[in-house]
Write a protein that binds this ligand. Structure first.
Ligand code: HPA
Length: 270
């Protein structure tokens, strides 16, 4: 194996309240076909990996969920040769047993709200493993999140209140839900609710980037607590992010090396 093959490029995507990660990063600006302005990421190399950081909402929470340019962000990761993404997301809980402050290793999502795809008809791409995709592509979503990332995250979060599975329901935002909506989402079988995550999972899968997410429960859904308050969401996420920042380097270094993870292998059949 060549020296180059012994490293992998991994990106941490920070959610609300997680705006910095690397100690001595270099700023990297990447132009994409999906935005007039370049996407800004932060990069630092360790002895094993090239680690990037992308704050989803901008450095100062200036980009609301419905204005995030998901396609430009994820295409920038592809341009940088990033093979794995570990995202962090703030979520509301739909289940009183999943409490504020808990971590949830999301394994499924429900997303009926935001049509999002690279494959609008005239897009074509060559994936890192040489597979070429173009035109209209219907991607398999049987296992939407990487199980290798979940497994490694579970080991490092074992001593915390961690839930090793969970179904994420994506809403449009930026408002929080009504209690009636929360009841409906409970009936649909979701365990947590958030405004962003599935869009990234879908786009990463489409272009062959392995994707996993560690969600932090910041509140109970509307109607399950008195009111839902943005400040509370940001504060709880920020406090849990401190621990995440400690364990993420170890999770990254324990991940098996792979240019193309098993979670994206089925793209060969698309
Ligand atoms: N709803 C939607 N998104 C969220 C919530 C919520 O209650 N908490 C954190 N992100």
């Amino acid at each position: 194996m060549s020296k180059e093959n012994k490293r992998q490029s991994v990106c941490i995507i920070g959610g609300s309240g997680f705006y910095d990660y690397l100690k001595n990063p270099q700023k990297v600006k990447i132009n994409t076909p999906f935005a007039s302005n370049p996407i800004t990421l932060y990069q630092e190399s360790t002895s094993q990996n090239d680690v990037y950081f992308l704050p989803r909402h901008g450095g100062k929470h200036s980009i609301p969920p419905h204005k995030i340019n998901y396609k430009a962000n994820i295409f920038a990761l592809h341009s940088l040769g990033i093979s794995r993404v570990i995202a962090t997301s703030a979520v509301g809980s739909l289940n009183p047993n999943i409490k504020p402050g808990d971590y949830v290793l999301i394994d499924q999502f429900i997303d009926f709200v935001r049509p999002i795809t690279f494959f609008d008809g005239d897009f074509s791409i060559e994936l890192p493993d040489g597979v070429k995709l173009s035109g209209v592509v219907h991607i398999d979503m049987t296992e939407p999140y990487c199980s290798e990332i979940r497994k490694e995250a579970k080991k490092l979060l074992m001593n915390t209140d961690v839930h090793v599975k969970g179904t994420y329901f994506t809403t449009m935002g930026p408002r929080f839900e009504t209690p009636a909506e929360i009841k409906a989402l409970q009936h649909l079988g979701a365990s947590v609710v958030g405004m962003t995550n599935s869009s990234e999972a879908i786009l990463c899968r489409e272009i062959g980037i392995c994707y996993g997410v560690i969600a932090v429960v910041t509140n109970l859904g509307a109607g399950l607590q008195t009111t839902v308050n943005q400040q509370e969401v940001l504060e709880i996420f920020e406090s849990r992010s401190k621990y995440l920042k400690k364990v993420l380097p170890e999770i990254i270094s324990n991940l098996p090396l792979s240019k193309s993870c098993s979670c994206t292998a089925h793209l060969q059949d698309s």
